[in-house]
Design a protein around this ligand. Structure first.
Ligand code: CP
Length: 302
């Protein structure tokens, strides 16, 4: 079966295709020039309708390293979105300029599936509402396997705003394919509405003793701006040097960013030798290069 050139979620990916992406990202990281296509003179359209630092710059860096020129829209300022043009029309108009691919961050209500059926170029999901953030999930798992080896069926604990997290949504999809275990730990108002079949830890230290990897998530202050809740959160669910004693010395500490220091994570945790937060960011560029190459190959452009 032909590969779907767009990358919106993990539905069409097999375990082997994910391993091939990791293998390619590793070769790119090792600066193996034989895996470095030259796409000089071609373009990629970046459409970021929501704020971003890591995903936006790493996709830009990935395009630049492949020779693709990234032309970009970040937010509505200075664009015809300010005059009432819709997100959908914006995508169709940028697509009409014929970039090789589109890289889109948007809210849930923009129908990326329909757009990818109607447009001739692949669409890459760069964070789609609460639905998913598959390149983040790939870079997380790549970072874990880089440290632990791909043979290990690790156990990952997500702590925090599980209910609104597109990162966790994508991990639920990918864990089914790769076979790793997921546990969750959060105050009841931040747990998913349905927790049947999920491994839920009410107590953080129990979760930390269980897992090989802990990923704490940003508390979305825009949804939870009550300081009492944040203080409560930090006391019961924040990662701190004292409660991280429950975590194995060989475990890893991850965060997709951006971090609210003093809420989900103490700044001192950055100095913990188990922390790999900036390695995630570094790996994000290689993973996104690999995803771009996969899509352009599937489209017959490479
Ligand atoms: N991890 C992540 O998506 O970060 P940004 O929102 O800064 O891109």
């Amino acid at each position: 079966m032909a590969q779907n050139a767009s990358f919106l979620d993990f539905r069409d990916l097999s375990a082997q295709e994910i391993l091939d992406l990791f293998s390619l990202a590793k070769k790119l990281k090792n600066d193996d020039k034989s895996f470095q296509p030259n796409l000089q003179g071609q373009t990629a359209g970046l459409l970021f309708f929501e704020p971003s630092t890591r995903t936006r710059f790493s996709f830009e860096a990935a395009c630049a390293r492949l020779g693709l020129y990234p032309f970009a829209l970040f937010g509505s300022e200075g664009t015809s979105l300010e005059k009432g043009e819709t997100f959908e029309d914006t995508v169709y108009n940028i697509a009409a300029m014929r970039p090789e691919l589109l890289i889109v961050r948007c809210q849930d209500d923009l129908d990326l599936e329909e757009l990818s059926e109607n447009l001739p170029m692949p669409i890459l999901n760069a964070g789609w509402g609460k639905r998913g953030h598959p390149t983040q999930t790939l870079l997380d798992t790549f970072t874990i396997w880089e440290q632990m080896g791909s043979a290990q069926k690790f156990k990952i604990l997500f702590v925090g705003d599980i209910r609104h997290s597109r990162v966790v949504s994508s991990h639920f999809e990918m864990a089914k394919i790769l076979g790793y275990e997921i546990g969750i730990c959060a105050p009841s108002e931040l747990l998913p509405q349905k927790t049947d079949g999920l491994k839920v830890f009410g107590d953080l230290s129990q979760g930390l003793s269980w897992c090989d990897v802990v990923m704490t998530l940003r508390v979305q202050k825009e949804r939870h701006d009550n300081m009492i809740l944040l203080d409560y959160y930090h006391d019961h669910f924040g990662l701190r040097p004292d409660n991280l004693k429950a975590l194995s010395p060989n475990a890893l500490i991850l965060h997709p960013g951006p971090v609210n220091y003093g809420v989900e994570l103490d700044k001192k945790v950055l100095k913990d030798p188990r922390t790999r937060i900036l390695d995630q960011v570094t790996n994000g560029v290689f993973i996104r290069q690999a995803v771009i190459i996969r899509s352009l190959k599937a489209k017959g452009k490479l």
